[in-house]
Structure formats: C-alpha cells, structure tokens
Design a protein around this ligand. Sequence first.
Ligand code: 5GP
Ligand code: MN
Ligand code: MN
Length: 339
Amino acid sequence: ADWAAAVAAVHGLPAGGTVLLVCHVNPDGDALGSMLGMALGLRRLGITQLQATFPGATAGSGDDGYAGPPEVPEPFRWLPGLDLLVPAADAYPAPDLFLCFDAASASRLGGLADRLGTAGAAVVLDHHASNTRFGGIHLVDPGAAATSVVAEGLLNRLEVPLDAEIAQCLYVALATDTGSFRFDMTTPAVHEMAARLIATGISPGVISRRIFDTRPFGAVRLYGDVLQRAKLEPEAAGGVGLVWTYATLDDLARHGQKPYVLEALIDSVRCAAEADVSCVVKQAGPGEWAVSMRSKGAVDVSRVAVALGGGGHRLAAGFTGRGSVDDVIGSIRAELRGA
Ligand code: 5GP
Ligand code: MN
Ligand code: MN
C-alpha cells in the first residue's frame, strides 16, 4: 500500500487546503464509518476545510433534530462526524485532497468520481479484492476485514490518537463488515483492533443494538412477506444449491419502509442449509434491482457479481440487475453454471 504517499498527501496540504471524503453509493456501516472516522481524524489534525459526502446525498430538512442527508439510513444517524456531511451537489469541485472509502470501482462513486481527475491528490481506501485500482494513491488491502482497518492504519501513520468518537465510527464499520465478528476474516488483528476501539470507552452493546437490532415494526412484517416467497433450488446450476427471494418497491410502500431495512434480509435467507449460494433481489427502480449474493465457501460470488457488472468479495458480493426478477435470477444461474 502507498502509505508514505498518502501520509505525504495529507501533510502536503496547503494552508486552508480543501479535503473531500466520499464513500460508495447507498452507504453501509463500513462506508460511512470509515469515512467519518477518517474525517474526524483529519479534523483533529487541524484541517478545517473538510467535507464528507456520497453519491445521491441531498440536503436534510432538520426534522427530528437530524440535519444531515436524508439518504443516511436511520440506524447510522447518531454517528459522530455527521455534521461534516454535505449534499453531493455542494462538494468541493476540485479539492486539494480527495479520499474515497469502500468503493471497489469508480462507478460506485457516481458523479463524484470526476474528483479523481480534478483533485490535487486522490487516495483510495478499500478492501475489495475486485478493486479496479482506480485513483492515484492506493490503500487497498484485500486482506482487511473492513475499509475501517485501512482507515485506522492511515490514522495511525498520521499519528492521530484514537478517541471515542473516531472509535465509534470505526467500530460500526468493523462490526458491519465482519457480520459482528462472525465471518472468516475475523482474524486476531480484527479482535485486536476492536480491543483498541473498545478501550476508548465506547459501548459495543449500545452500538450493536442501534445499528443491527433497531428497526420499525413494519420492517418485521415486511420480512414476513418477503421470506414467505423465498425459493429453494437445490440443483439450480451445476449442482449448486441456490436460495433466493426478492422485494419490490411496492413491498416497501405497503409496509411504509425504506430500502435500508432490507440490508439484513440476506442474513435470514442465507441460513438455508440446503443452499450453497443465496441471493436477494431488491428493487431500486423500474426494471432495476440491487442484488446481494452470499456463498458458503465453494462458490466465488464476486466472480458472478463482476461478470454481471458488480463486485465484492468471494463470499459476499453484489451487482445492479436489469429487467425482471426472473431475468436477474436467470443471469445468476447462467453465471453459476459457468463458474
Ligand atoms: P451487500 O450485499 O451487503 O450490499 O454487498 C456485499 C458486497 O458486495 C459488498 O462488499 C459490496 O461492496 C459489494 N456490492 C454490492 N452491490 C454492489 C454493486 O452494485 N457493485 C459493486 N461493485 N459491488 C457491490
Ligand atoms: Mn460497503
Ligand atoms: Mn467494506
């Protein structure tokens, strides 16, 4: 990783230099947590011209005491550093320093990817094996359990001490991407990092309840509908067992729910013992679907996702599907047959 170049880019900022931090579209806990943890760290260094955003972020109304972009999912609306978030349209057009988080490809940055060309320096912090090595300075570690591991590495090299606010952000990111320290990449180093974060005084119980275990009642009923229609195909493709379901915008509307409540749906689906691969197809618009895939180990779903225009990790990947649900599932079956 280009640690020295990244540190030099931060230290080389001119007085009053502008810094723009961006994470991937439809941000998850790792995207928001690693970005905001780093933003807080840069603020500790005395950097004041500091903005964070993500594709699609708009201006908040200030209702309910929350003034940030309405696109930040409710479970994350308590994170420290949310005050640094700006609408994507207001982001510095040509920042002196551009940092991006948890994006495997420039396309995950939407229109904000143009800063890769206009910024004085562009640092990519990521952990996807499928990272396309876009941008100038690469802090890409496919062995890292979360982008926040990379972010902590950079903060450490910038000699920013961890405080409870930074730690809350990085902990959310780490807990999200390790599935609460259950997935294979939960290494000794992951637990050591968690120990450093918890030692700042943060509460894993409170954080976990907020981000994983607090949803509107309507989300419970929505899960009932969507799980009811799950399909098991024990021999979907070349002997690979597939379990899948889908959720439409109408399903969300019927239960008065927002798309973020479906993020954990894949966890309920993937526990089917008969299936090697699981899949959830979530409608994003007319004929447009956000697809989540998981593997139990034998199948590399990131290969399937990359072949279909997305990306991710061996055991967890996704892509944007087009057409009908049958079209999307059909394309996955075809790729599984070839994989
Ligand atoms: P999830 O299913 O939790 O949304 O995503 C699982 C993994 O797949 C994450 O690492 C995420 O970055 C990746 N992923 C999900 N959707 C997409 C997508 O549309 N494009 C790309 N490139 N990666 C995706
Ligand atoms: Mn992510
Ligand atoms: Mn991640």
